[in-house]
Design a protein around this ligand. Structure first.
Ligand code: SAM
Length: 285
């Protein structure tokens, strides 16, 4: 039995139609209404599982208006399921506005976990870093994209991006411009589909690999970058570390690094990365 006056947020497959949980199918079958990003796309999935529940459209451009209608349905004790074209709603997809409204009005929101391209790619990447930052889509214009990448340059966690096929070459080119050719990348393409490819190499090699076979530029992509290397202890003397630690006690990070560079003569980037990791360690405590 489904909960009445509840919104179920249901993850659907990212390719292979069998990648859906029994619980998700049950809910899609029993809900009064399914709000779907594109009715035709979801019909394909629902037909494959012989589900005939009524569909309404909820996408990026009508989410606020449709949220009102869904609230009215919940007020009349109906059960609504939310799906997007692929994967988990609200993750680089519509859903967050509706969920926010439903929760604000005091109705139950019940997540039904399942496929997500970022997690799927991470699980098969072999990246050993226990921390990752999910960024989703970068800006489409090169200048803005490079600016975002610049901000991520010193992050020591792995970085996960979504990218469209027609921007894959320019995106990797911008990554090289900011991170250099040696940073490791995993290109996870067409996950769970016929032409699934998971390829790990350096950023420099990635561009050559993508250009060598235009088939590798097609489909859907998750890009995973290894994180920045935190400077080894030996790269910075104990005295310089101590100086930086003390300056960080008293000053904002940028000022502390600037002074530490003046005092110790160490490399600015090295001290900046070290200061970031010191701050991180402090905030963990
Ligand atoms: N909500 C989805 C999720 O949970 O992963 C993501 C939706 S977002 C609009 C679509 C992007 O996710 C694609 O452009 C691609 O970057 C990534 N993606 C989705 N399916 C994928 C797949 N089968 N293989 C690789 N990337 C995929």
């Amino acid at each position: 039995m489904l909960a009445k006056s509840a919104l179920y947020v249901v993850a659907t497959p990212i390719g292979n139609l069998n990648d859906i949980s029994l619980r998700a199918l049950d809910i899609l079958q029993q809900a009064d209404v399914i709000a779907a990003e594109h009715v035709q796309t979801s019909k394909h999935l629902l037909t494959a599982h012989s589900i005939q529940t009524k569909l309404i459209t909820l996408h990026q451009h009508n989410e606020t208006a449709v949220a009102e209608k869904i609230l009215a349905l919940l007020a009349s004790e109906k059960t609504v399921a939310l799906v997007t074209d692929a994967g988990t709603p609200g993750i680089s997809d519509p859903g967050a506005i509706l969920v926010g409204q439903v929760r604000k009005q005091g109705y139950q929101v019940i997540p039904i976990p399942g496929a997500n391209a970022a997690i799927c790619a991470m699980s098969a990447s072999g990246i050993t870093n226990p921390h990752f930052l999910f960024f989703g889509f970068l800006p489409t214009k090169s200048g803005l994209r490079q600016r975002e990448l610049e901000l991520l340059k010193v992050q020591s966690c792995a970085l996960i991006f979504y990218e469209a096929p027609h921007r894959i070459l320019e995106c990797v080119t911008d990554m090289i411009a900011i991170f250099g050719e040696q940073r490791q990348i995993t290109i996870a393409r067409e996950l769970t589909k016929l032409f699934e490819t998971i390829h790990t190499c350096t950023l420099g090699e990635a561009l050559v690999w993508l250009k060598a076979d235009t088939n590798q530029q097609k489909g859907e992509f998750v890009l995973l970058l290894s994180g920045a290397k935190i400077p080894e202890k030996s790269e910075v003397s104990e005295q310089a570390r101590h100086t930086l630690e003390r300056l960080l006690d008293e000053l904002p990070l940028k000022q502390a690094v600037k002074l530490a560079v003046d005092i110790t003569g160490n490399n600015k980037n090295t001290l900046y990365k070290l200061a970031l990791s010191m701050k991180e360690t402090r905030s963990d405590k």
